[in-house]
Design a protein around this ligand. Structure first.
Ligand code: 5GP
Ligand code: ZN
Length: 137
């Protein structure tokens, strides 16, 4: 897609620090890393977000993310990693070309993702919310 920064990076029109590439993806360093070695998995074909990705492409992302996270632990001494896919502006997506963050986590750091305030449901609310989701699937 014209004027899409991640299309240009994924297809080599803009240079980047890359650690992996195949026919579907290029994996590059995030320009403003949350931690040392923060990676972005960029599909080479444009999709605005994960909902628009072909299923066969989407299915390849999780195994690749796991492989990259394992390499971060082995090479960088990370003790874990977060796999993050922000989808939509409300969820914090700022670049509208689907991408998957693989963020290494080091000892002594506070969790950066799974530290949301823990909510609850009113009586019967969980069942009706579940029903709405089931209906929409
Ligand atoms: P989002 O919030 O959309 O999930 O994440 C977008 C990410 O892309 C951010 O972490 C941001 O630092 C990164 N980013 C934005 N522009 C560029 C760029 O030109 N090159 C690279 N490598 N990363 C970028
Ligand atoms: Zn794009």
């Amino acid at each position: 897609m014209d004027n899409c920064i991640f299309c240009m990076i994924a297809n080599g029109q803009i240079p980047s620090t890359s650690v992996y590439e195949d026919e579907d993806f290029k994996v590059v360093f995030d320009i403003a890393p949350a931690a040392k070695g923060h990676l972005l998995i960029l599909p080479k074909s444009h999709a605005d977000n994960v909902c628009d990705l072909p299923e066969e492409t989407a299915a390849k992302i999780m195994p690749l993310a796991a492989k990259l996270g394992s390499a971060q632990m082995k090479a960088l001494g990370a003790k874990g990693f977060n796999i993050v896919v922000n989808t939509g502006e409300a969820a914090g997506q700022t670049v509208m070309h689907c991408h998957t963050h693989v963020i290494p986590r080091y000892e002594g750091e506070a969790p950066i993702v799974a530290n949301w305030a823990q909510g609850s449901y009113a009586d019967g609310e969980a069942a009706s919310v579940a029903q709405a989701i089931v209906k929409a699937l």
